[in-house]
Every structure is written in C-alpha cells, then in structure tokens.
Design a protein around this ligand. Structure first.
Ligand code: GRF
Length: 200
C-alpha cells in the first residue's frame, strides 16, 4: 500500500510521516511504505531531504501548465506511477495548491490533508494570524479527508494548543506544527490498521 506525499515547501509533516513509518514498522505491519514525495515547487526543501532518505521524488511544476486541469492531470499521472493499483493514500502535507473536483473525485476516500486550525474554524489561509486577531484562547490543527469543498471532509484527528499572551503568528505556528507532527502520522496509522483489519 504506497503512500504518496505531496509537498510545496519544507515538508516537515512529510518528514514526521517518514520517521513514523520507520519507527512504527508500517511496511511489516500494514504493507505500507512512503513510495514517493512529489512537489509542485522545484525548490521545495523537502525534496532533497526525501531523496537523501532514498525515497523517489518528483516535481510537477504548476507554472509549467496552462490550466489547473492540465496541472492536476500531470500530478495524477505522477501519483499513479507510484501507485499503479490505486490502493494507496495520497497525503497532502503542506501542499499549497487547490485541487480540482475531478482530481479529488479520482482519489476520493484515500486523500488526506492537514490544516493548521481547529476546523471548522478558520478554513483557508493565514489561520494563526486570524485566530490571534479574533481573540481566540486556543488554536490547533485538523487532519481530514479531502473532498471537493476546500478544507471540509471527515475529521480524522485534531490537536489543540493554547494561544499565549504575546503570541505572534510565527510563535503560534511553531506550537501548532509540533502537534501536526504527532497527529498526522497517528491518523495515517489508524487508517492503515483499519484497512488491514478490513482486508483480514
Ligand atoms: C504549515 O503551515 C502547516 O501548518 C501546513 O503547511 C505548512 C507547512 O507544512 N500543513 P510543512 O512543514 O511543509 O509540512
């Protein structure tokens, strides 16, 4: 069961998942492994890290495509190269592209995302600044299945952190990111275990 992880930048969530897969022996226990890391940005730092780990990497540069549909088709082709049977998970980890409904439908049910807020609060961008400006006492992150509607879909895991006096979007982001690195691997492992149990 291949995991294909999509990133756009540092890929710290991707790194946490790669480490959890090794530490949790996902290959032996669930027949699952990170098959590829794909980025829409050629300069994404996570690509070099993944390559160092011996993981296949690919770039599908969104600026090289005339339309969202053309980009999504190229991205799907890259994903399917690493999961030809279409039985794996597509894991969006700091992936900063909005995917077309057609793309999401193609992977429906096996595409996940992590969003840096306690959904349904603060869908979209700049979540930490918005939470601070709203006077919230807490913030957090949500792992959810991806559906055609942005930042919706069944919630699989959430984590909450306090917003402290003097917090900036950066200090809050760092506190939330630490929790993201815990809940994303946990959510994936729970799905893999459930899939194995279902298959017997
Ligand atoms: C972070 O803001 C994280 O909350 C969100 O994407 C951004 C980068 O994550 N999921 P990563 O370090 O590239 O995984």
């Amino acid at each position: 069961r291949p995991l294909v992880i999509l990133i756009s930048g540092t890929g710290s969530n991707m790194q946490a998942i790669v480490r959890a897969a090794a530490r949790g022996r996902w290959r032996e226990r669930y027949g699952a492994a990170v098959a590829a890391v794909i980025s829409n940005r050629p300069d994404a730092k996570g690509l070099a890290w993944a390559a160092q780990e011996g993981i296949a990497t690919a770039v599908v540069d969104h600026t090289a495509y005339p339309s969202r549909e053309a980009f999504d088709a190229a991205l799907a082709a890259a994903i399917d190269q690493h999961d030809p049977q279409g039985r794996g998970l597509v894991v969006l980890a700091g992936f900063m592209r909005i995917l077309t409904a057609g793309f999401v439908q193609r992977y429906e049910g096996r595409i996940l995302n992590i969003h840096p807020s306690l959904l349904p609060a603060f869908p979209g961008l700049h979540t930490h600044r918005r939470a601070i400006e709203a006077g919230c006492r807490f913030a957090g992150a949500t792992v959810h299945r991806v559906t055609a509607e942005l930042d919706h879909g069944e919630y699989l895991e959430q984590a909450v952190v306090p917003i402290l006096p003097g917090d900036t979007p950066e200090t809050l982001a760092a506190r939330v990111l630490t929790q993201e690195h815990l809940i994303y691997p946990r959510a994936i492992e729970r799905l893999l275990a459930a899939a194995c149990a279902a298959e017997g």
